[in-house]
Write a protein that binds this ligand. Structure first.
Ligand SMILES: [Zn+2]
Length: 252
């Protein structure tokens, strides 16, 4: 039986920063990996038009996913316009039905920008809606409803803090020390963003920033590099910590 993980994040390169180490480790134990972004990253350039940079960034995201035999999906929203409306919900449900994942990974409900927070809501809502037969996505042909709600995990917010600067609690810390170079390889596929992030966020070095963050998350648990998550445990969602059972320090 094939198991699948689907990350639903806002922008190309979010997966590589927040959860690629975990996706790589799932791939290593035979899982199929799907990486989806809400937008093609159309605002991620100072020089190129939205259409031009979108084309390049979707190719970068495809190359990054291909490093772990993963499949890239773009839900065709636009930067700064991700919101919880009917078209976004329908497209996200359709994606979950097509991929039929055991685990969905998305952004923290509290994060540094609204594209991330709305993506989190969309993933949460679509996980709930995917098994409901009377919810129609309008796709043609439309995928069949899933048998159940997948396990849902939220990545840490960027820098681990909410908009007030307070740390956001995490329920699971996974060691990604053994795959940190593969995670960096995936991130390096996003070549256009190295320069862009330097200008926009003041990060000197794209890959070093990722390593610093993974080291910071790991340091609290005695791990060299780590990624952290918080599981959605609301009514009707699977309660057992599948990701922790598979990859946690007590796993195996
Ligand atoms: Zn983002």
């Amino acid at each position: 039986m094939i198991h699948r993980v689907l990350s639903i994040l806002a922008h190309p390169d979010d997966a590589e920063f927040l959860c690629a180490g975990t996706l790589i480790r799932l791939r290593q134990i035979g899982w199929e990996v799907h990486i989806a972004t809400m937008t093609p990253g159309d605002c991620g350039s100072r020089e190129l038009s939205g259409d031009e940079i979108s084309r390049i960034r979707m190719e970068e995201a495809r190359m990054a996913a291909a490093k772990i035999d993963g499949t890239y999906h773009c839900l065709d929203s636009r930067d700064l316009l991700v919101c919880y409306d009917a078209p976004h919900v329908r497209r996200t449900v359709e994606l979950i039905r097509r991929v039929n994942p055991d685990i969905v990974v998305t952004h923290s409900p509290q994060d540094y920008m609204l594209d991330h927070e709305f993506t989190s809501m969309l993933a949460r809502g679509a996980c709930f809606g995917a098994p409901i037969p009377n919810f129609h996505t309008g796709a043609s042909p439309a995928a069949v409803p899933t048998a159940r709600i997948p396990h849902l995990y939220y990545c840490a917010p960027i820098e681990g803090i909410d908009i007030f600067g307070e740390p956001v609690p995490q329920s699971l810390v996974l060691d990604v020390s053994s795959v940190i170079e593969s995670k960096a390889d995936m991130l390096a596929c996003h070549r256009t963003q190295r320069d862009w992030l330097r200008a926009q966020h003041g990060m000197d070095e794209y890959l070093d920033a990722m390593r610093r963050r993974a080291a910071q998350v790991g340091a609290r648990r005695g791990m060299r590099y780590a990624e952290s998550f918080r599981q959605h445990r609301g009514h009707a969602y699977p309660q057992e910590d599948l990701l922790g059972q598979l990859l946690g320090s007590d796993a195996g």
